[in-house]
Design a protein around this ligand. Structure first.
Ligand code: NAI
Length: 326
């Protein structure tokens, strides 16, 4: 049987953690033949540590054959020790009256510490996926700490936005989800992200012609996808958790499945007009050893203007936390 892989998850006793860990342990992320060891990090405070213990008890009670061991800890160096995947879900939520700049800085400090720890103790093949918001900037901060691990191992999640966009387009066109293809997310995981409908296809045909309503695509579809997170909070009283966990399962599974093309936030290196060094969503194709960026989509003026907006936001976030990158 295969050697288990070590999967570190931060914020493991949180809402997303509760929807995520059971899917990893059941084989949804790494496949039905791959045993896993879960290394779970929570803040070293009694309440969250106790809650983490409770989640671990439930994981035991599932008797998952693939779950060979669990580590519960309040220390990053223990959680990330020899980890092959580091799923950074935990972050500090925005409190009442808190400025966005303070949120960026407070979370930045968490991601400096975790980036350092990962670089020091994780496995040589370690890969990192950041979910905790603001995820594009948090991943940039963590990656800036790495001396050993290359920057392309650090990704942030825009897959929930891709899944939301595909579902909305399929619904509008009245087709099955699988009929919607070539729909990728560019830029920040925030309402400014650009869900590129201009290259999307429905049943293999140009989506804009199939839908035949450009105004809907520009004025309804894009804002609906961008503000979907807020709409979930409004309806549920809590932020998206099961769909976010599901998107992370998709994000990681597709990054370990050669041939998959999917939206991932990566170091832009100036592609698609993004500022070099910001982490921006764009399409990648998974290869046997990592991924290659799909750079061949030609953007029209509308798409370029949308990318410029989300790029401006990413550059602004970087400006706010620039002291944390040094
Ligand atoms: P939550 O508040 O329920 O759970 C977060 C957990 O992280 C808490 O248990 C907290 O104690 C823990 N935590 C905080 N700082 C930590 C640290 N330094 N080390 C380890 N654990 C730490 O939040 P929820 O709903 O699980 O969401 C988690 C994050 O994911 C939030 O930042 C949220 O904004 C983000 N998110 C991102 C999405 C995306 O598409 N990229 C989608 C949905 C949520």
């Amino acid at each position: 049987s295969r050697k288990p892989i070590r999967v570190a998850v931060t914020g493991a006793a949180g809402n997303i953690g509760y929807a995520l860990l059971f899917r990893i342990a059941s084989g949804a992320m790494f496949g039905p033949d791959q045993p896993v060891i879960l290394q779970l990090l929570e803040i070293p405070v009694e309440g969250p540590q106790k809650a983490l213990k409770g989640v671990a008890m439930e994981l035991e009670d599932c008797a998952f054959p693939l779950l060979t061991d669990m580590v519960l800890t309040g220390e990053a160096d223990v959680a990330f020790k020899d980890a092959n995947w580091c799923l950074l879900v935990g972050s500090k939520p925005r409190g009442p009256g808190m400025e966005r700049a303070d949120l960026l800085k407070d979370n930045g400090k968490i991601f400096i510490a975790q980036g350092k720890s990962i670089d020091a103790v994780a496995a040589d093949d370690a890969r990192v996926a950041v979910v905790g918001n603001p995820c594009n900037t948090n991943v940039m901060i963590a990656a800036a700490q790495a001396r050993r691990l290359p920057a392309d191992r650090f990704t942030a999640m825009v897959r929930l936005d891709e899944n939301r966009a595909r579902a909305q387009l399929a619904q509008k066109a009245g087709v099955a989800i699988d009929e919607v293809t070539d729909l990728y997310i560019y830029g920040n995981h925030s309402p400014t992200m650009f869900a590129d409908f201009t290259h999307a296809k429905v049943g293999g045909k140009d989506a804009a012609s199939v839908i035949g309503d450009e105004a809907w695509l520009k004025n309804d579809f894009l804002p609906a996808v961008g503000k979907r997170g807020a709409a979930i909070i409004e309806a549920r009283g809590l932020s998206s958790a099961a769909s976010a966990a599901n998107a992370l399962v998709d994000h990681v599974r597709d990054l370990v499945t050669p041939g998959k093309v999917h939206s991932v936030a990566i170091s832009s290196e100036g592609r698609y007009g993004f500022a070099p060094g910001v982490w921006a969503g764009m399409p990648v194709r998974t290869t046997a050893t990592g991924y290659e960026v799909i750079e061949t989509y030609a953007m029209d003026d509308f798409a370029k203007s949308k990318i410029a907006l989300t790029n401006d936001e990413l550059v602004g976030e970087r400006e706010t936390i620039k002291d944390l990158l040094a």
